[in-house]
Design a protein around this ligand. Structure first.
Ligand code: FES
Ligand SMILES: [Fe+2]
Length: 368
């Protein structure tokens, strides 16, 4: 892709500090985009469920009797009590308030004394279901029932990821690392989406995992930002890889799926993920996911998870929290982005694209 020349300024600070803007994003953008819910291994058996929150909505994911994974709003259709807590397994869903019960497929099954009500139509009542999609075993939801499918949002990503991680369906989470950051979610996402800061701030990653000179990030179709680079010289790598094992064994790549998820593949075809959960205008939680065959102990993956946490993650926390403090300074005027027409590691063309999505995102209206 070529980028127009001319200076583009970074987004104004209010995008990162204004509570009204945050609320608009929460009620608009976050209700109209694909958000990560969890992994299929969390609902392996019929009736397995887990709760989670998207855009301030309490939801739960459950496996029904035919093996389909469904997602519902976690609210009883009687008088609004929450239906389930945390995670667990149930044969039917029973509300703890007055014991109305629901089938795993969502229909009302029964309730004490409901038959005494003339004209009560049990068939009219069912749980409110949310759009869900499986993406290589990763469960995504979209609160917009008219949302276009993920393959329209992120064309080609599904096939490309499979090419890098052919064993992806056999993977299960080995470790999820929770990383609270005191910054607006967009500060964290922007930091993830450029490597202009890598050489100075991520010595282990830049010298022991990837070769920064080949790093680039390009938008590809829809709303995906694709990172690509080669691995570091094998003798400088912090872990061993076998270049013969797969055609992409020597590559690093990631697919950032706007607005809050990224599939990332480290050299050696090692899958890891990022997902972000907003908390407040100046608080976000980043989750790093690490995966292994069947979730079994894996020394290399475990070592990488620890290395990542102690280096890249810790280094990034300091950066994003400092930026958030700076956003609140009266002395800050948004500076020009370094958009190099030739792109490459020292260019912020990806931030230009991202900030365009962020501007558009603010115009997204949710249901009222
Ligand atoms: S609110 Fe659920 S049974 Fe009354
Ligand atoms: Fe970083």
């Amino acid at each position: 892709m070529t980028f127009q020349t001319g200076v583009t300024r970074s987004l104004e600070a209010r995008y990162y500090t204004d509570s009204d803007i945050f609320l608009k994003e929460k009620k608009g953008l976050l209700t109209k985009t694909w958000q990560f819910a969890g992994h299929q291994s969390q609902v392996e058996n019929t009736g397995d469920f887990f709760t989670f929150e998207i855009a301030g909505e309490n939801l739960f994911c459950i496996k029904d009797k035919s093996g389909d994974i469904r997602v519902y709003y976690n609210v009883c259709q009687h008088r609004a009590h929450e239906l389930v807590q945390g995670k667990g397994n149930c044969k039917i869903i029973v509300c703890p308030y007055h014991a109305w019960s629901y089938e795993l497929e969502g229909g009302l099954r029964n309730g004490p004394n409901i038959n005494s009500v003339p004209g009560f139509e049990r068939g009219d009542i069912c749980l409110n279901e949310v759009r869900a999609e499986l993406f290589h075993g990763f469960i995504f939801v979209n609160l917009d029932e008219d949302a276009r499918p993920m393959d329209d949002w992120f064309p080609g990503a599904r096939e490309e990821i499979l090419d890098f991680v052919p064993h992806i369906q056999a993977l299960k989470p080995l470790e999820w690392v929770e990383v609270p950051e005191n910054c607006n979610w967009k500060v964290s996402i922007e930091n993830y989406s450029e490597c202009y800061h890598c050489a100075l701030n991520h010595p282990t990653f830049a010298k022991g995992v990837i070769d920064p000179s080949t790093y680039d990030i390009q938008p590809q179709g829809g709303y995906c930002l694709r990172h690509t680079t080669l691995c570091q010289n094998l003798d400088a790598m912090t872990y061993e890889i076998d270049l013969e094992s797969n055609k992409h064994a020597g590559d690093y790549s990631s697919w950032f799926l706007w607005p809050m998820f990224s599939f990332q593949v480290y050299p050696g075809n090692i899958l890891n993920t990022y997902h972000w959960r907003v908390v407040d205008v100046d608080k976000v939680v980043v989750w790093r996911g690490w995966y292994s065959f069947d979730g079994a102990e894996d020394k290399v993956v475990r070592q990488l998870a620890i290395q990542d946490c102690q280096t890249t993650v810790a280094e990034d926390i300091r950066l994003v929290e400092s930026v958030q403090r700076g956003m609140g300074s009266r002395g800050y005027n948004p500076g020009p982005l370094v958009v190099d027409p030739a792109c490459g590691v020292n260019s912020e063309h990806s931030i230009k694209v991202l900030q365009q999505w962020m501007r558009e995102g603010l115009e997204t209206r949710g249901e009222t």
